[in-house]
Design a protein around this ligand. Structure first.
Ligand SMILES: Nc1ncnc2c1ncn2[C@@H]1O[C@H](COP(=O)(O)OP(=O)(O)OP(=O)(O)O)[C@@H](O)[C@H]1O
Length: 581
């Protein structure tokens, strides 16, 4: 989809109006620079004509000084204008980067399933960087240089009509030619951007999975695909660069032809006595000058063509709408809350449902243990309650309210989620625990660490809470990372806790700590524990066993444990016999 003119106008207005003073300054500087460009040759003409006068009375020095002042003024305006436009471009693109990032962070998880992070980085950084010139200069450069072009032609028409006519015809022909060749490069630059996005997407995914790739010995497979992506990028870039020689060499050729025409015309007019030497020089000078605006306009149009593909992609991204809509907002009380699933079915794709007709109810403060084979839909229940997705049918109630009427920000405050994969950042322990929330003071963090029995761990940190963690939580064991995730939830103090228990093996000491932490975390809260070990569900009031997304068994834990025919008691017996053969 290409953008319409009003959409371009809106885009420019959105990012330029907030810095209108700077845009105005740029317009003034740029306009003055153009005016000085036109005045300079006129002073030279006067200088030359005066210099060749037989009976010259006036001194040439003031004219020469004036020319110098005008030239210096033009150069200074040019530098100042370039600096100002650079700032406009950076500010506008940075604001756009922020808007894009903010927008992307609000999109559904289903969007992230379809787009690799590396590809999104390329959109936010690469594509937006292409728009710097569009925001900063495009409109003014095109309009200004058009004005300069017209100005040169009008002046020459007035001063010598033969020259005016010749220049106008020549400008039209050369302009059309330059414009045609400038379009040639656009598709090849689009291909370069796509090759970049593909390569970054590939790299990001493979670097993220480096541990698995090494352990499964898939390095050579990855390297081969890296080579294929890099090769494609190399050849598309090479092709684009070679084709880009055209828009550069055609204006050079026109420029050479123009210079010859200028010489011939000036020589003929001067030889025929139709113009003075100063005027002959002026004709030559204006023909030379004519090229600069033509080349700048063509460069701007070429740049705009390249930017168009980026604008379209950025605009498309900005218009991706979350399928889930925030409700008007609900204030949940900060105490344990009841949770209810009513006939909930859901699939990550619209066609294939992964959970079917789930119905269960947790009283406030009740703990539900969810069991089931891998892929049976346990984590999906957690994602639905956290409203990372909406059910395809049925509804989920929290404290009697349909989740869809709540704002997602309300839910994030009310529900704490500890997943199997704990995301840690290359930041201080404090920032990792508080999620960069500066309102949480150290005393609260230490109280949470004490509550969870992590003071010993804390005392071993070389710089206390200021200790920086390595990227991706490197240096921490899986158990420690899990404990940090518990501290996070503790600090959030939610009414409902969802605990997707880690299935990884932990050493007995960490496991004991984790067990204590779970007890403390669940105290006074409604909780859903997705359990991989039966020992975890001993604290559950009720048990739900899933099989292929359907409830196979659901009831009070004590009753199910007592019933010898229940699936749960069967599981208990199996584990027991495995432990004590
Ligand atoms: N993001 C996703 N996109 C598409 N399908 C998914 C996605 N996440 C899970 N699934 C599918 O949904 C089904 C249920 O997955 P879910 O993660 O809920 O299982 P689980 O019981 O939690 O498994 P595990 O015990 O291995 O964590 C599986 O068939 C899985 O392949």
């Amino acid at each position: 989809m290409q953008l319409s003119l009003p959409e371009y106008r809106r885009l420019l207005a959105t990012y330029l109006i907030p810095q209108w003073r700077r845009v105005l300054l740029f317009a003034l500087l740029f306009g003055t620079e153009l005016a000085l460009k036109l005045i300079g040759p006129q002073i030279l003409r006067v200088f030359l004509d005066d210099a060749t006068l037989a009976d010259r009375h006036t001194s040439l020095i003031p004219i020469a000084v004036l020319f110098l002042v005008v030239t210096l003024g033009q150069q200074s305006m040019g530098v100042w204008a370039a600096y100002t436009s650079e700032r406009i471009g950076w500010r506008a693109t940075n604001a756009l980067r922020i808007d894009l990032t903010r927008h992307l962070l609000q999109l559904d998880l289903s969007f992230y399933k379809e787009h690799l992070p590396g590809e999104l980085i390329e959109r936010i950084d690469g594509d937006v960087a292409m728009l710097g010139n569009f925001f900063a200069q495009f409109v003014l450069q095109v309009l200004g240089n058009l004005l300069l072009l017209v100005g040169i032609l009008v002046i020459t028409w007035f001063q010598e009509w033969h020259t005016g006519l010749a220049l106008t015809l020549f400008a039209l022909l050369a302009g059309m030619l330059i414009n045609v060749v400038s379009q040639v490069t656009v598709p090849s630059w689009q291909a370069v951007r796509q090759a970049n996005a593909d390569l970054y997407g590939f790299l990001e995914e493979r670097l993220g999975g480096t541990e698995d790739i090494r352990s499964s010995g898939a390095e050579s497979y990855v390297m081969r695909h890296f080579f294929l992506h890099a090769r494609r990028r190399f050849f598309t870039t090479l092709r684009a660069r070679l084709i880009s020689v055209l828009p550069w060499s055609v204006p050079q050729l026109c420029f050479a032809i123009g210079t010859v025409i200028a010489f011939l015309l000036a020589a003929w007019l001067y030889g025929a006595g139709m113009v003075s030497l100063g005027m002959a020089f002026l004709i030559y000078y204006y023909i030379q000058m004519l090229f600069l605006p033509m080349i700048i306009i063509s460069e701007q149009l070429e740049d705009f063509q390249k930017a168009r593909a980026s604008v379209t992609r950025v605009y498309d991204l900005l218009h991706v709408r979350s399928r889930m809509k925030d409700g008007p907002g609900v204030v949940f009380p900060s105490c344990a809350l009841p949770v209810e699933f009513v006939d909930v079915s859901f699939g990550y794709d619209d066609e294939v449902m992964v959970v079917h007709h789930l119905s269960f109810r947790l009283q406030a403060g009740e703990v539900l243990g969810v069991l089931g084979r891998t892929g049976s839909g346990k984590s999906t229940i957690a994602r639905l309650l956290f409203r990372l997705y909406d059910p395809a049918s049925g509804l989920i109630r929290l404290n009697g309210t349909d989740l869809r009427t709540a704002a997602r920000a309300d839910l994030r405050k009310t529900i704490g989620l500890v997943t199997q994969e704990v995301q840690l950042f290359e930041a201080s322990v404090r920032d990792n625990l508080t999620f960069f929330d500066r309102t949480i003071d150290d005393a609260r963090i230490l109280a949470a660490l004490t509550d969870l029995g992590m003071l010993r761990w804390y005392h071993h940190l070389p710089q206390g809470l200021d200790t920086r963690l390595a990227p991706n939580g490197g240096g921490l064991s899986a158990g420690e990372a899990q404990l940090l995730a518990f501290v996070r939830v503790f600090l959030k103090d939610p009414s409902v806790v969802i605990l997707d228990e880690p299935s990884s093996r932990l050493d007995p000491a960490t496991e004991r700590l984790l067990e204590q932490a779970i007890d403390k975390l669940l105290y006074g809260r409604t909780a859903i524990i997705i359990a991989h070990r039966l020992s975890t569900v001993k604290r559950a009031d009720s048990i739900l066993i899933l099989e292929e997304g359907r409830i196979r068994e659901y009831g009070a834990r004590i009753n199910l444990a007592r019933d010898p025919n229940s699936r749960f008691s069967h599981l208990l017996r199996t584990v027991h016999s495995e432990v004590q053969p």
